[in-house]
Design a protein around this ligand. Structure first.
Ligand SMILES: C[S@@+](CC[C@H](N)C(=O)[O-])C[C@H]1O[C@@H](n2cnc3c(N)ncnc32)[C@H](O)[C@@H]1O
Length: 237
């Protein structure tokens, strides 16, 4: 993929454009698997009292909502994103579900997070890091704001390894997915970016090494659904 496709202002505009149909398209295009993948990622967060978690690239707040539903009432989440279109929908969902007192939704860029070092018990990002041109900078920031011993949890599509599943999967994401994406969103182009960004993202081993290069330790990963997605977890020393 041409690196200019990941120009931050283009990514911002793209997500704000598709925001109104984003949740529906997620469910349809992943055949419902995206909810399970988020639940799995949230399950990797540490169980601590009065936990403070940061949901980076929170979008429409699905991860933040999953956290507050799963964790005790003393758990609070800050959700950040740089697309106002996505954040507005996220805020509406949080309000509708009555979690405004536990989820604080704010505008921020993952590559320069507006928080002090060692603020959170963990930071988490779901389907966001692939869109960040300097993704190591994003991961470094996610580590910086986490306390020593805290976790950084990253859920992302990964280059599929299973050789029987690879061909039908490629067909699905390069042909079927952009077609359905355009049909439902009514926007041309946005769902062309998705397959190329998915196919070009590093495999789980290479991504693990990149995470280690940011200084996180004990990095491990879990492949989900034939390796379509993976959750990487690192610990701040
Ligand atoms: C595919 S959505 C994922 C949203 C949500 N985490 C989920 O699981 O549905 C990707 C999100 O990443 C956000 N994003 C991309 N680059 C970002 C950056 N540099 N800083 C903050 N948010 C970013 C986009 O605005 C978009 O809302």
């Amino acid at each position: 993929m041409d690196n200019s496709a990941k120009d931050p202002s283009k990514i911002q505009t793209m997500f704000s454009t598709i925001a109104p149909r984003y949740d529906l398209l997620n469910r349809v295009l992943s055949l419902g698997a995206d909810s399970y993948w988020r639940k799995f990622a949230v399950g990797r967060l540490p169980k601590v009292k009065n936990a403070r978690f940061l949901d980076v690239a929170t979008g429409t707040c699905d991860v933040a909502l999953e956290i507050v539903k799963r964790f005790p009432p003393d758990t609070k989440v800050v959700g950040v994103d740089f697309s106002e279109g996505m954040l507005n929908l996220g805020r509406e969902k949080v309000k509708k579900e009555g979690y405004q007192d536990r989820i604080d939704v704010r505008f921020a860029d993952v590559t320069s997070l507006p928080f002090e070092d060692n603020t959170f018990d963990a930071s988490i990002i779901a389907f966001g890091i692939r869109n960040v041109r300097d993704y190591k900078k994003g991961i470094s920031e996610m580590g910086r704001v986490v306390k020593s011993g805290g976790k950084v949890v990253i859920l992302e599509f990964t280059s599929i390894q299973n050789r029987f599943f690879r061909t039908p999967y490629r067909f699905y994401i390069t042909k079927v997915l952009p077609f359905i994406g355009e049909l439902i969103s009514g926007k041309k182009g946005a769902y062309k970016y998705l397959p190329s960004s998915m196919l070009e993202f590093p495999g789980p081993e290479e991504f693990k090494r990149s995470i280690e290069e940011t200084g996180l330790k004990d990095v491990r990963y879990y492949k989900l659904t034939f390796g379509i997605a993976a959750v990487h977890v690192g610990t701040k020393p």
